[in-house]
Design a binder for this molecule. Structure first.
Ligand SMILES: Cc1cc2nc3c(=O)[nH]c(=O)nc-3n(C[C@H](O)[C@H](O)[C@H](O)COP(=O)(O)OP(=O)(O)OC[C@H]3O[C@@H](n4cnc5c(N)ncnc54)[C@H](O)[C@@H]3O)c2cc1C
Length: 190
């Protein structure tokens, strides 16, 4: 058990998350019936999905980290955990589209689709779940790109429809990046 202790600890904690969400499903079966764990959040009003939902699904939002992740999901059936959080938060907290739609879309595509973990992950991201991220916590796609994959090497790997050259693939146009940094949302297609 020597060596990479940090990696081991992370791995054990991820396995614990899986067990945790299985227990939530067992003790609170409403979460498997399109209900939020935090029932008061069911009063939230979501935007009509429409074209923005289609753009999210097809990986053409204009936000490279989101688009590469969604194309990878569509083409391979898999997406890294961090990107699942980024794309789920983007759908629910930037586009204000109901987490249930994203949850169902992920289930229709993921090769490791698993009700308990998928529901737990979506409700965590949307702040409707057990241990949820607080509602004001929104992953910023710009800083997430910069922190975890600035050269877009790993996030876009295995994605046929992503440009071959990764140079600047994750550079978000400066104006949009500035808007995100200032916390202004909803201007993605301007
Ligand atoms: C929105 C969203 C949806 C998700 N949908 C699913 C799903 O349908 N099926 C699924 O198995 N996992 C899901 N997860 C959890 C996680 O993304 C995947 O388990 C992980 O990406 C699998 O990658 P890995 O095999 O490299 O696991 P590793 O990172 O190597 O972890 C080892 C094992 O731990 C478990 N695990 C890892 N991360 C998590 C996590 N955050 N929550 C629960 N268990 C975890 C998995 O069983 C995984 O196989 C979701 C997470 C989010 C945020």
């Amino acid at each position: 058990m020597g060596g990479n202790q940090e990696g081991l600890t992370t791995w054990i904690s991820e396995i614990a998350w899986r067990d945790f969400y299985i227990n939530i499903l067992y003790h609170y079966p409403r979460v498997s019936m399109h209900r939020a764990f935090k029932t008061d959040t069911e009063a939230l009003t979501w935007n009509e999905p429409g074209e923005k939902f289609e753009a999210w699904k097809e990986g053409r939002t204009g936000i490279p980290i989101v688009d590469a992740a969604m194309r990878q999901l569509n083409e391979t059936g898999w997406m890294h955990n961090r990107l699942r959080m980024v794309t789920a938060m983007f759908l629910t907290k930037n586009l204000f589209i109901d987490w249930r739609l994203g949850e169902a879309y992920f289930m229709s595509k993921l090769v490791d689709g698993f009700l308990a973990s998928n529901n737990g992950g979506w409700q965590w991201s949307a702040s409707t779940g057990t241990d949820s991220a607080p509602y004001f916590r929104v992953f910023n796609p710009v800083t997430q790109s910069e922190r975890f994959d600035p050269k877009a090497i790993s996030f876009a790997s295995g994605c046929r429809s992503w440009p071959n050259s990764t140079t600047n693939a994750f550079t978000i146009p400066a104006a949009k990046a500035a808007l995100f940094r200032r916390g202004i949302r909803d201007l993605l297609w301007t």
